[in-house]
Design a binder for this molecule. Structure first.
Ligand SMILES: [Zn+2]
Length: 368
């Protein structure tokens, strides 16, 4: 099969499209033909070698995968290993997988056995691994994954929709419905409304009955945030944007900020909070070291909550919402596998709106 391998770190890194042996599933593993795979900022960190995790090259990146099962090995006893009923990972009535099933893949691989997995918190797994970082990912015709990472694609959700939502969309779902809570009438500020997490956060908050404000850095992003349901958009180029947020809310501030940028932006988010308000954050692309004033933090009884990845339940919910039309992907462009390096360059350029996808495998029977 063909696989796009990162052979040297850099910005840009060096990629090679190579012929590699087809993966063979060991016990508890499945091979999925990759029909669509989304790009994320994680891929750029991986390309640059900027992750605080040792990475062995060559490596096939790609974390946000949707495709079709082409081989499966349930294990010697026909029982799915490491997905014991007590683990909470196998839902009652979970599908018994078969070749030809269409699936999304949970990219934060989890052991299914540790204290946290046992209570359904796969995103806190003690032995978690990132697909496309610590194991070969989806910029290849096929990918080898643990069976417990498979999530069934609901009817009506196509591969591109899944690949555009399962990572950033389920990250936002985890932030808004698991790590925090949104009540009808709440004010929610979604940072970067045109980003993967931001665009999903606007839609989820809106569905939960919130009034949504977003930030945007240009007209196109502004319009996109509005079209997704943001009632107000503030210009993130204006250093005084938190004052704009306070003005919109009659100086009250917002109940929840969905933050995924870090750096100075996180500090500014505190200025946007109402009393008792919460910031939930899942990223640090703009800086990992942040300082903030503790005095207003405790006086106004704010909360700062970390959020990482997603649980299986968050992916299922995201895909169910997609099937019901409650959340829609925003797709910028789709590249074939041999153009993956160009897809990375586009992501790095920041000149895009929505998700960039790669389609590694296109069935011959399906004309474009
Ligand atoms: Zn675990």
């Amino acid at each position: 099969m063909k696989a796009l391998q990162l052979v040297t770190h850099g910005a840009p890194g060096k990629f090679e499209l190579r012929d590699v042996p087809d993966p063979q599933p060991g016990p508890g593993e499945a091979v999925v033909q990759v029909r669509s795979c989304g790009l994320n900022h994680l891929d750029l960190w991986m390309e640059e070698g900027g992750l605080p995790i040792p990475i062995k090259l060559p490596r096939t990146p790609g974390s946000e995968i949707a495709g079709t099962i082409v081989a499966i090995n349930p294990g010697s006893a026909g029982v799915l290993p490491a997905s014991s009923p007590s683990g909470g990972q196998r839902d009652a009535g979970a599908p018994s997988w078969k070749i030809g099933d269409n699936v999304a893949i949970q990219s934060n691989l989890f052991c299914g056995e540790c204290e946290f997995c046992k209570r359904g918190e796969d995103s806190m797994c003690l032995r978690g691994e990132l697909l496309g970082v610590q194991r070969d990912g989806g910029f290849a015709e096929k990918v080898l994954v643990p069976i417990r990472a498979l999530v069934q694609l609901p009817d009506g959700v196509d591969f591109d929709t899944s690949a555009a939502l399962t990572l950033a969309g389920s990250t936002a779902m985890h932030m808004l419905t698991h790590r925090t809570q949104v009540n009808p009438g709440d004010w929610v500020l979604a940072i970067g409304g045109a980003s993967g997490v931001g665009s999903a956060a606007i839609q989820i908050a809106k569905q939960l009955g919130a009034r949504v404000i977003s930030t945007a850095s240009n007209d196109a992003k502004w319009k996109l945030a509005q079209s997704l349901g943001a009632e107000f958009v503030v210009d993130s180029n204006n250093p005084q944007w938190p004052a704009e947020v306070r003005k919109i809310t009659n100086k009250r501030g917002v109940d929840l900020v969905v933050e995924h940028v870090g750096g100075d932006v996180l500090g500014k988010c505190f200025d946007c909070l109402a009393r008792g308000g919460t910031i939930v954050t899942c990223g640090a692309t703009a800086g990992r070291e942040v300082s903030f004033n503790l005095w207003p933090f405790f006086v106004k009884q704010h909360r700062l909550i970390g959020s990482y990845g997603r649980n299986r339940a968050d992916i299922k919910k995201t895909l169910e919402w997609a099937a019901a039309g409650k959340i829609k992907p925003v797709i910028d462009s789709i590249f074939p596998l041999d153009q993956t390096a160009a897809a990375f360059a586009k992501l790095r350029s920041r000149h895009f709106l929505g998700k960039i996808l790669v389609e590694p495998f296109e069935p011959e029977s399906e004309p474009d």
